[in-house]
Design a protein around this ligand. Structure first.
Ligand code: ADP
Ligand code: GLC
Length: 486
């Protein structure tokens, strides 16, 4: 039996991306389709989404919803792979330039509750045959933006007196909870009793994330370690009680890599192609990278790269403290990303102090991201917490040994170059336990030490590149979950 599943998300690569969620939303549906499922995606009609779809046609007129007049549901096709995407058009609710969540001052839009309630509401309408030609059996909602989808579905089922579809809610990041003032509950058109501790109420406010966790039939998150971490008081973001209560419905399924996008043997965005068998070409990527960022052209300087959102989560303040250590040992560092102004300034100042060894550029650019992943010797991901992390997986594929904090998906995917792991041919990177300068410093020293041992470094690179973090196994696990539910 073919299972029909609707993925509900706020971003999707290559249409619109601010982080790893877009990579997952872009790669998981095709991986499920490849394995026989009938999968479609629902997105808000942000300008980049509307501009990137082809064969767009109307599916349904929805009138005035959540204060937006003339809401329509349209259907289009993603040109790169034929994926069918439903898109909600709701005038200025979505049709705004720039970041999908924040205004020009980097402040969340005042009407985000309505904007993302509409997304969840339309998902539940699709389960009620809003599109006469296709209705999902599974609604798979991602992160708080889609958190109300399971709630609207439960409300509709109560009204119809029968089940309409089953739901899966995937937590990509528990730190973003979609919390709004309680007085906005009235705008959501949910049954009154949903505003309750057993519902979407969260310490006197509304939480879209909690709605997803509470009303979905199954919860997944993006790595096994993170699935355990979020059930603890320390890392549960106030939701650990609910998560422990639902622990039988909660599982961790690791994200995968789309190797059609991230493969050094075919990547059109990098200076030179290379592979585990032919590693030689990587040095041209390093050379091009040093040149692009104005660093000293030294082939033997250990080059650390960072491609990241610049937020508290990513732990780059700790890396900043270690810059003198890297420079003192003759290493180099490139940081590329955007985010917190304080972190942006701190990084920029360090780069000014070490122009030959440290370069910092603020921005978001797919080509530069690929160039850095390919040209660096080490990709640093010292995150305080990391639900899965994709950058370290891309780094492995490119033989750029990841240096990571032992948390979440980082702990599940990188094996430290300890003596015993080297001896057993297991090492693929550098892992530190405690989030403090000594821990990170020791991992940095391990990287320098291994870099000094040419043969062992090459062996670790090959091993990293041979790891299979493709979507195959994870897509099978999601499919098994769908089958169980349907
Ligand atoms: P998160 O989703 O928390 O940001 P992930 O590691 O899961 O972390 O995914 C980050 C994704 O965003 C990767 O695809 C990475 O290449 C990309 N990315 C992060 N910062 C930038 C940037 N400044 N420019 C381009 N891509 C970026
Ligand atoms: C979130 C997490 C990241 C994860 C990504 C995709 O943004 O921060 O760890 O890889 O979602 O699941």
């Amino acid at each position: 039996m073919t299972i029909r599943a609707l993925h509900v998300a706020s971003e999707l690569y290559p249409l619109l991306k601010t982080g790893g969620l877009a990579d997952v939303a872009g790669a998981l549906p095709p991986a499920l389709i490849e394995r026989g499922a009938d999968v479609r995606v629902l997105l808000p009609g942000f300008p980049a989404v509307a501009a990137g779809l082809t064969d767009v046609r109307p599916v349904a007129q929805l009138g005035r919803r959540f204060d937006a007049p003339g809401v329509t549901l349209e259907q289009g096709t993603l040109p790169s792979n034929g994926l069918i995407v439903y898109m909600i058009r709701a005038g200025t609710l979505y049709d705004r330039p720039g970041n999908p969540y924040l205004n020009e001052e980097h402040v969340p839009y005042g009407d985000n509750a309505q904007r993302f309630a509409l997304l969840g509401w339309v998902a539940a309408q699709l389960a009620q045959h809003l599109d006469p030609a296709w209705a999902p059996q599974i609604i798979h909602a991602h992160d708080w933006h889609a958190g109300l989808a399971p709630a609207y579905l439960k409300a509709a089922e109560r009204q119809h007196g029968r089940p309409l579809a089953r739901s899966v809610f995937t937590v990509h990041n528990l730190a973003y909870q979609g919390v709004f003032p309680a007085h906005q509950f009235g705008q959501l058109a949910l049954p009154d009793d949903f505003f309750s501790m057993r519902g979407i109420e969260f310490y006197g406010q509304l939480s879209f994330l909690k709605a997803g966790l509470y009303y979905s039939d199954r919860i997944t998150t993006v790595s096994p370690t993170y699935a355990r971490e979020i059930q603890t008081l320390a890392q549960g973001g106030g939701l650990d009680g609910l998560l422990r209560h639902r622990s039988h419905d909660l599982s961790g399924i690791l994200n995968g890599v789309d190797y059609t996008v991230w493969n050094p043997a075919s990547d059109a965005l990098i200076a030179n192609h290379y592979s585990a068998a032919k590693l030689g070409g990587k040095s041209a990527c390093k050379e091009a990278l040093q040149k692009r960022f104005g660093l000293a052209q030294k082939s033997d300087a250990l080059l650390f790269g960072v491609v990241s959102r610049l937020t508290e989560q990513k732990g780059l303040d700790l890396l900043l403290e270690m810059v003198p250590e890297i420079v003192k040992r003759g290493g180099q560092l490139i940081v590329f990303g955007t985010g917190d102004p304080a972190l942006e300034n701190g990084l920029t100042r360090v780069a000014q102090a070490h122009p030959d060894s440290v370069a910092v550029e603020l921005g978001f650019d797919e080509t530069l991201a690929h160039m850095i992943v390919a040209g660096s010797d080490v990709i640093a991901v010292p995150s305080r917490f990391e639900p899965c992390g994709l950058t370290q997986l891309y780094a492995l594929a490119y033989g750029s040994l990841p240096l990571v904090h032992c948390v979440g998906g980082l702990a599940d995917t990188v094996v430290d170059a300890s003596l015993e792991n080297l001896a057993d041919d297991l090492a693929t990177g550098f892992v530190f336990d405690r989030f403090e300068p000594q821990g990170l410093g020791a991992a940095i020293r391990r990287a320098f030490a291994l870099y000094g041992r040419h043969t062992e470094w090459k062996a670790a690179q090959r091993r990293a590149m041979q790891q299979d973090f493709g979507w195959g196994a994870s897509a099978e696990r999601y499919l098994a979950l769908y089958r169980e539910l349907a």
